[in-house]
Design a protein around this ligand. Structure first.
Ligand code: BTN
Length: 243
């Protein structure tokens, strides 16, 4: 691991992206900062967190061993690594909200932003950004957000949580690299929030419907069992799972 620690930066994902323009970074180059001025979230959103209280970091990983169609496995192993680390720290009721939000007691405590480099239809490097709310106490206007501190009542060592996540990230990537696809997918599905439970979804045109989450496809689509036993798959742009 090559860990770069910065006091402040626009975004650790952007920093790693710029770093990788001239030269491919070493595998597991990690950039961590106390404060982001332009933290980025999924689907063009912003990621705001109070400075110094939380973990905001990005990891560069060579993923050229995967096919483009297998890139959702990167999401799966990251979500599993965070889940494993947080379970070990006895954070209660950890679940993965598809595709890769991490919840504890039904509140979002971590988000993941994965940006893959693809050239000539081949995967090259992946920049994996993780924002984990550790010791933040207040989340104004974010009713679904929480932190390890709010949930456990303990002030956590950011360093300990950080190194535990990195340890499992490496272990899960080794499993992925060894080709353990179907077990990894099973493990991911077993941790999914609301799996096999009646759940409510919203389409991109704000239509609300219900169904049962059955699992995910290899390319990361959500498999839903709808009325009349119809099984349908949806991608992230089409559907949002409500809390
Ligand atoms: C989301 O849930 O929308 C994903 C949030 C990802 C935030 C992390 S913080 C570290 C890294 N740098 C960024 O700009 N974003 C990710």
């Amino acid at each position: 691991m090559y860990i770069i620690k910065l006091d402040a930066i626009d975004s650790t994902n952007s920093y790693l992206k710029e770093l990788s323009v001239n030269k491919t970074p070493k595998d597991y180059t990690v950039v961590i900062t106390e404060s982001q001025t332009n933290g980025r979230g999924q689907m063009g959103t912003q990621w705001y967190t109070e400075s110094a209280k939380n973990l905001t970091f990005s990891v560069f990983k060579d993923v050229s061993f995967l096919k483009v169609q297998q890139q959702f496995y990167i999401s799966m192993v990251i979500a599993l690594a965070i889940t494993k680390a947080l379970n070990e720290l006895r954070v209660p009721k950890i679940k993965i909200k598809w595709p890769n939000d991490i919840l504890s007691e039904n509140k979002k405590i971590a988000g993941i932003l994965i940006e893959n480099g693809i050239k000539n239809n081949n995967l090259e490097g992946s920049i994996i950004g993780i924002g984990l709310n550790v010791n933040q106490k207040f989340f104004d206007n974010l009713p679904h957000a929480s932190s390890l501190h709010l949930i456990t009542g303990i002030l956590h060592s950011k360093d300990e949580v950080f190194h535990r996540i990195l340890k499992y990230l490496k272990l899960y990537f080794e499993r992925l690299q060894s080709g353990d696809f179907s077990n990894l997918k099973q493990d991911y599905e077993a941790q999914l929030f609301r799996i096999k439970k009646p759940s409510t979804f919203k389409t991109s045109t704000d239509q609300v419907f219900s169904g049962f989450i059955e699992g995910v496809t290899d390319d990361g689509k959500l498999k839903l069992l709808l009325e009349d036993d119809i099984l349908k798959t949806f991608d992230l742009k089409e559907v949002q799972l409500l809390y």
